[in-house]
Design a protein around this ligand. Structure first.
Ligand code: PSU
Length: 305
């Protein structure tokens, strides 16, 4: 028989925190399976969880297996996911199919937002969101993450969007979808590995308390959708534009030459940029995810207060 409620399996620690109204931060799993190489992926996932705990919140890494949406993973489950091959990259379109098949699925930003909302978690930390790909005017390649931000009431803390994307078009789509794009502590929209993108962010906030208030206010106003908090990478971990831009151009040219399409594009580019920067892009990625985890924990604490 078809279940009438979402098949959520909570880690006991997460369930207890939610029941007690304590701060909880959701984490995605595509970053583990498709965003970073093993074993950096599982090491980073553990460090991110520890960082959230150190800042007074409970981490809930979200993934799909055994026909259930797991809200919080054990150390063994995290390790198995990080090593697994052929894990589905699960976005809004794939979630129900992955559950129905009982397959392993790693949730993207879009799917993690859906699952976090079902679980009653309001804040989610990640590295970067998907966006409008360059050439989208002919390829139509626009990440489902953008539409999700316009529908599902979760605050997503990311380091902006990568310059592998078309950033002006990404901001345009977010505006159309009614998504507040809030740069944290600066005027400029950050570009993942770099603090600057050359684009002014539509909105700016300087404290976790303000961000939490804005989220609560959206609810009070009956506005659907979440917020995108664009938190710049720490200065000491940044890769400046002059260094990363030619690398991005090369990776994009290779993706085009090899006819890489759809869901394969982001993982391909990330892996190539990792190789071309001899691992420096990964170090930056780790630093910015930890930074986002700290801010998300602070926002979750404000929402719980
Ligand atoms: N950006 C990153 N690392 C990632 C991703 C994006 O820096 O791992 C993942 C996220 O899970 C994001 C997804 O939701 O890629 C977007 O994929 P697509 O463009 O196919 O929607």
């Amino acid at each position: 028989m078809t279940p009438v409620t979402a098949p959520l399996a909570f880690a006991p620690e997460v369930r207890a925190a939610l029941d007690a109204g304590k701060p909880v931060v959701a984490l995605e799993s595509t970053i583990i399976t498709h965003g970073m190489p093993f074993p950096s992926n599982v090491e980073t996932a553990r460090r991110v969880e520890a960082e959230i705990r150190a800042h007074g919140a409970v981490p809930a890494t979200i993934a799909v297996f055994g026909g259930q949406i797991h809200i919080g993973l054990t150390g063994e489950e995290l390790d198995a996911l990080a090593r697994a091959k052929d894990v589905m990259k699960v976005s809004r379109a794939d979630l129900a199919v992955c559950l129905a098949k009982g397959a392993w699925g790693a949730t993207t930003v879009a799917a993690t937002m859906i699952c976090a909302d079902l679980a009653g978690i309001k804040v989610f930390a990640t590295g970067g969101i998907g966006g409008v790909h360059r050439g989208a005017e002919t390829s139509f390649d626009i990440s489902a993450d953008l539409a999700e931000l316009g529908i599902t009431p979760v605050t997503v803390v990311a380091a902006g969007a990568k310059a592998i994307l078309d950033l002006p078009k990404t901001l345009e789509v977010l505006e159309t979808d009614g998504v507040p794009v809030i740069a944290y502590g600066q005027d400029e929209f950050p570009a993942f590995w770099s603090r600057s993108s050359g684009l002014k962010a539509p909105l700016r906030m300087d404290s976790a308390a303000e961000i939490a208030r804005a989220q609560t206010m959206r609810r009070a106003l009956g506005l659907s959708g979440g917020q995108l908090v664009a938190n710049p990478v720490p200065v000491e971990a940044e890769i400046p534009h002059e260094v990363i831009d030619p690398v991005i151009e090369q990776a994009l040219a290779e993706a085009a030459a090899q006819h890489i399409h759809a869901k394969e594009v982001t993982p391909f580019l990330l892996a190539r940029i990792f190789e071309l920067t001899e691992g420096r892009s990964l170090e930056t990625n780790i630093a910015l995810v930890l930074n986002n985890a700290r801010l998300a924990a602070a926002i979750a604490a404000e929402l719980a207060a």
